[in-house]
Structure formats: structure tokens, C-alpha cells
Design a binder for this molecule. Structure first.
Ligand SMILES: [Zn+2]
Ligand SMILES: [Zn+2]
Length: 503
């Protein structure tokens, strides 16, 4: 028996027992309340039945109108966009010259598709090979025959380049609920379906839709070239065109009214990763008053520096071989900058020394602090270097593979520090086994910085609105659609910081 059945509370709480007794004498028992509740529920059910019969009439009307096949819980669809012309950078085939500016015609949309009128999109370094037709010998060697065949198949498909941006929803398929026509959105490089194995475990950075986005079987043509060639969107989203045609899972509403170029600086794929690594707490928590190191001061590293500052870091050491990037790092919040070419093999020791200089008292506790503590090190580090596609036009770093910087990111940690790795190196990395297992340092894989797009991207937009994120030192120059390919010659040489297409 439980308390509800007896009208008694088995905890023996006197106050409750007194109240029960009072209710018994007043004729208001728990059992009575339950009975009354059922009676009320019955009348609610009767009302609902009446409403249902009324709804049946409405449904008949709605069924007759094929333009409204869904309940008002679903957003209204926009005007049909099928056949509408737009311009976009389309890649097809191999090598130099594979990317051209084309006039395309949109196909009709359906299901959960969303058409977004592009306001701005970032020229991500990762897309340099796709735009310029560059291949690396090392990558070719490491590919399995199956992978090579798949890449050849993808390269043969006409694809609008770009992987995300900000814009205004122009049209939606009948099943879309997340946004409506006219909403300002970020088309995220990382999807978030909300229901897959990863999403329900709070790891939308690994959403199920991330993988199939770029395999031939997972892609749907969304437009046609003048000669009838079907056209796909890179990563199901595109970006370097007047329209992005995507699917609901990639779309995040952002209520910001900030100028498009500034908003895109904070919401670019790289910035989402940098801000995600430092402020989302998706894979690692940047502790208060932390000493932080950021390896690499491109758009990802600079946004990680801004995120670390926003999260309340005490010291931020930024490392990059390119002078203008170190200068930008100081403008957005780095307290110290180091040139890895100048520091050479002493780079890790230098970062450790800086933490001891900044925090002499931090290491003073205890009768014997131990060698690990005496050696210093940072609490939190972000790696944002990656492999080179072509040698930079400005200062070149010590290791074109990106592996050295990744290893140094681990080595600058103190004995309980944690690091987030965000870039794409070439080759393998190794660690001394005992240190890796027992030193107390943690390594986190940081696709999109571990962020949750629907939760975090609106927050990153608010960083622009409230002035806590400074886009100006990162924004190289807004460029028009016609200049995207030419600008990629600078992007691939790391001569820009963050180039943004603005339409
Ligand atoms: Zn990117
Ligand atoms: Zn998911």
C-alpha cells in the first residue's frame, strides 16, 4: 500500500498526518480528490471529443487544400522556388580550373529542405583543394582504392562549394518546423538532428548527418546547370552562391540584426569550432582564471582566443609563425604571443616558464610541490594549426604536416591540463605511453569544438550583439561573389585571416 491508497503518509511526518486528518474531517480526502480529479478528467475528455468533431470538419477543408497538407504546428511553406535562377561557384572534374561561376536553376524543394538566400559565407581554408583543384601526394598515398574511387566519384559531381553561412530563409519544404520563411539563420557546417545516438547523448558535434553529407549516396541534386547537369551542394549546404539549399538539420535560427559580414565572422565554421572549444563545454570545460595556450592564430585560433577571454581566462598564450596573425591575437585577447620559428625546440619550455612567471604563488603550496608542478604548464590548450595545402606566402611554420603543433599542444599542459584538437593534420601522432596514460592530461577531439549548434550558435551571435566578440581584427575584407575564386589564391597561401563573401 502506498500513501495515496491509504490517505496516510508513511513517512510519519506529523504535519502531513495532521493535514490528512483535517482533510478527512472536512470530507476532502486524497481519495476524494483523486475521484474528483477523474471526474474533471472525464469532463475534459468530453470537451476534447466535441473539439475533435469540430476539428474533423476543419480537417476536411484542409484536406481539400493541397497547399496546406500539415497542421499549423508545421510552418507554412514558402512560394515555390523551382526554376528560379541564381549564380554560384560550381566545381566539377579534376585539377586547376575545376571551379567556375555558373548560372543555375533551382529544383523544386520538398520534405525538410530549406532554401536560404545567402547574406555571407566564409572562405574556409579546408575548401582550398576543392576550389583550386589541389591534391597532396601524401594524401594520395594514404588513400585506400575504395576511398580513391569515392573521391573520383564526388569530384565528377557538379557541386556548389562552401560549407555554410548566414542568410534569410527563402522557402521551406512542407515538413520543416525549425524555421519559417523570412527567418535569419546560420547554415551550420555541423548538423544537429536532435534524435540520433550522438545527439541524444549531448554530442551533436558527431550528429549522424555529419557523415552522409559528403558521400555520393547521401547527396541529392538541388539545381541544374544550363546544359541540364544536376548540381549538388557541398556538405548539403553550399555557401558560395546566391542561394544555399540545405536540409532542416543544418539550419540554426539566429535572431541577431548585426551586419552580415560581422555576424559571419563569429558564425563561420572555424569560429564555431574555436568558440565551441572554449565556451560550449561540449567536450572539455575551460576552468575559471585558467592559463590557456592557443596553437595557431588563423580564424579558428583567433576565435578560440576570444572564447577563452569571454570564458574568463587569466593568461592566453598565442603561438603562430605569421606576424600579422600574432598582432591580431593581441587585439582579440592574447596576453602573450610567441613565434614558433623563433622559439624552436624551446617553445614548450617557454610556455611553461610564462605560466610560472604569471602565477608564482600558484605553485607555492605544499612542502614539496613536485617536479610536475614546478615545471608549470597551462590548464587548457587549443590546437588550431593543421596541414598546409600550399606553402604560405607569409612566414612559414616549422612543420607543414601540423603534427608538431598537435604534439606541442599536449606538451604545454600541466599535469591536470586538458586540450582540444580541432584541425586536420597529415600523418600520425605518437605519445610516450606512460605519460599518455597516467600524467593526468586529457586530450579531446574537437570537431566543431564539441559544440551543440542549436544551443551554441545563437549564443555566438549574441557575442557579436553584446560586443564581447570583436570581428574586426579577424575580417580581412568582405568580397563580392565574383571574387571568391581569386581570393582563394590568397586563402590557400594564408595571406588572409578570414575572407568573407558578402552578397
Ligand atoms: Zn570550414
Ligand atoms: Zn543527430
Amino acid at each position: 500500500m502506498n500513501a495515496d491508497e491509504t490517505g496516510n503518509d508513511e513517512t510519519g511526518n506529523q504535519d502531513i498526518s495532521d493535514e490528512v486528518a483535517r482533510q478527512e474531517t472536512s470530507g476532502v480526502t486524497r481519495r476524494g480528490l483523486l475521484k474528483n480529479g477523474l471526474a474533471v478528467a472525464g469532463s475534459v475528455a468530453a470537451m476534447a471529443a466535441g473539439a475533435a468533431s469540430a476539428r474533423a470538419d476543419v480537417s476536411a477543408d484542409v484536406r481539400a487544400d493541397v497547399s496546406q497538407p500539415y497542421s499549423p504546428l508545421y510552418a507554412q511553406t514558402g512560394d515555390s522556388v523551382g526554376g528560379r535562377k541564381f549564380r554560384a561557384w560550381v566545381s566539377r572534374g579534376e585539377g586547376h580550373g575545376r571551379t567556375t561561376l555558373q548560372e543555375l536553376a533551382l529544383r523544386p524543394i520538398g520534405g525538410r529542405q530549406v532554401v536560404v538566400r545567402t547574406e555571407a559565407a566564409n572562405l574556409c581554408y579546408t575548401l582550398s583543394p576543392a576550389m583550386l583543384g589541389i591534391t597532396r601526394a601524401a594524401d594520395q598515398l594514404n588513400m585506400t582504392p575504395e576511398r580513391r574511387a569515392r573521391v573520383a566519384q564526388l569530384n565528377a559531381m557538379a557541386t556548389v562549394q562552401g560549407h555554410g553561412g548566414v542568410g534569410i530563409v527563402e522557402a521551406i519544404g512542407p515538413e520543416v518546423r525549425r524555421v519559417k520563411v523570412g527567418d535569419r539563420v546560420c547554415v551550420s557546417g555541423t548538423p544537429q538532428c536532435g534524435v540520433c545516438y550522438a545527439c541524444v547523448r549531448g554530442r551533436s558535434d558527431r550528429c549522424q548527418f555529419l557523415g552522409p553529407a559528403n558521400i555520393p549516396e547521401g547527396m541529392t541534386p538541388v539545381a541544374d546547370m544550363r546544359d541540364g547537369t544536376p548540381v549538388y551542394m557541398n556538405s548539403q549546404i553550399g555557401g558560395f552562391g546566391e542561394y544555399m539549399v540545405t536540409v532542416e538539420e543544418w539550419v540554426v535560427p539566429v535572431p541577431s540584426k548585426a551586419p552580415a559580414a560581422q555576424l559571419e565572422v563569429a558564425l563561420a565554421c572555424t569560429s564555431v569550432a574555436g568558440l565551441g572549444a572554449t565556451t560550449s563545454q561540449g567536450v572539455a570545460v575551460l576552468p575559471p582564471s585558467a592559463n590557456v595556450a592557443v596553437m595557431g592564430c588563423g580564424p579558428l585560433g583567433l576565435s578560440a582566443i576570444q572564447g577563452a577571454r569571454i570564458a574568463g581566462a587569466k593568461m592566453i598564450v598565442a603561438v603562430d609563425p605569421i606576424r600579422v596573425r600574432r598582432e591580431a591575437a593581441l587585439k582579440v585577447g592574447a596576453t602573450h604571443v610567441l613565434d614558433p620559428n623563433e622559439e624552436g625546440e624551446h617553445l614548450v619550455d617557454k610556455v611553461r616558464e610564462l605560466t610560472l612567471q604569471e602565477n608564482p604563488s600558484l605553485w607555492g603550496g605544499g612542502i614539496y610541490a613536485g617536479p610536475a608542478v614546478q615545471a608549470g604548464g597551462v590548464d587548457f590548450a587549443v590546437e588550431a594549426v593543421g596541414a598546409e595545402w600550399l606553402p604560405p606566402a607569409l612566414e612559414r611554420g616549422p612543420d607543414p604536416s601540423g603534427i608538431l603543433a598537435m604534439r606541442q599542444t599536449y606538451d604545454v599542459l600541466h599535469s591536470t591540463g586538458q586540450c582540444v584538437l580541432t584541425s586536420i593534420p597529415t600523418g600520425d601522432i605518437s605519445f610516450p605511453g606512460v605519460t599518455f596514460a597516467l600524467s593526468g592530461r586529457s586530450v579531446h577531439a574537437g570537431q566543431a569544438g564539441g559544440c551543440s549548434p542549436l544551443r551554441d550558435i545563437p549564443k555566438f551571435a549574441s557575442f557579436i550583439d553584446n560586443g564581447s566578440f570583436d570581428p574586426k581584427p579577424m575580417l580581412t575584407a568582405p568580397i563580392p561573389l565574383e571574387k571568391v575564386l581569386d581570393t582563394y589564391q590568397e586563402v590557400v597561401r594564408r595571406a588572409t585571416i578570414l575572407a568573407v563573401l558578402v552578397i
